[in-house]
Design a binder for this molecule. Sequence first.
Ligand code: GDP
Ligand code: CA
Length: 317
Amino acid sequence: VRITVLAGGIGGAKFITGLKLARPDAHITVIGNTADDIWLFGLKICPDLDTLMYTLGGGIATEKGWGRDDESWRIKQELAEYGAEPTWFGLGDLDFATHIYRTSLLTNGLSLTQVTARLCERWQPGVELLPMTDVRVETNVVVDLPGEGVKAIHFQEWWVKHQAKYVAKSITQVGAESATPAPGVIDAIAGADLVLLPPSNPVVSIGAILSVPGIADAIKSTKAPVVGVSPIIGDAPVRGMADACLRAIGVDTTAAAVALHYGSRSNGGLIDAWLMDEVDAASANYLPAAGLKVDVGPLWMTTPATTAEIAKRALRL
Ligand code: GDP
Ligand code: CA
């Protein structure tokens, strides 16, 4: 069975860990968000691809959910001695090696798709990991910064440096209009037996992937069923600040509102079915009228085993 998953970082990676346990026989293709990518110190950083690769390959710092296990921070300290900016983005020594190698391969002319495959030869994530595009696309957030006024800043600056404390007036994927899906992305959607939207951020993870022309159309037209898993439980984003992103696009932070935002494929939307948590069961009732199949069950991805149960429920749905 061929399963294609659109994924951000932590939420996507956790879900896919459970999916692999639930269906060890499946060929899983993961289309990773690259709009969080940022160039720092001359290096190309791909936070979501790396979170997927490290998590599925057994090298993640489990407590944090990003970065390497057994990490040390000597390079960061040494950069600070020079007063090098920025200091707000966490890059450990082992992680730096990934970015150095990635950037060197890109400089030698390999595409991000080829580089990602090369990095995965080491990590063996057990899935085919594809960037959404080989073209530079970056999520920008328009904010009113104290003393600086209204300006567009890189998503990472808003999210990591400012912890999303300034209201996002708008969120856009710069470069998306002229981007094309990476090789294999459209085929993975069109040729899938099942397409899954895991509990990833609907705006800056899934939304960013969908901003690449052709990807949303492929999802709308694939013969495979498309099932989404809610990233919102009890009107809260579980962890992180996804509510700040949803507000920017005018979507309520509820499981039902996110489902309706994706919309039913029978009405020109993106999903056929939606899995939501038990605490949100009351609002499940009005989704069938919008053309969506719904199932309700516990959605806390606390352990790989409980996450595998979530994945099984999504597969049944
Ligand atoms: P990021 O790129 O690292 O922010 O990760 P993703 O976009 O893949 O996923 C982030 C989202 O995962 C958050 O906005 C949460 O809504 C969601 N999330 C995190 N933990 C859980 C969980 O245990 N259950 C569910 N249903 N969603 C979760
Ligand atoms: Ca991300």
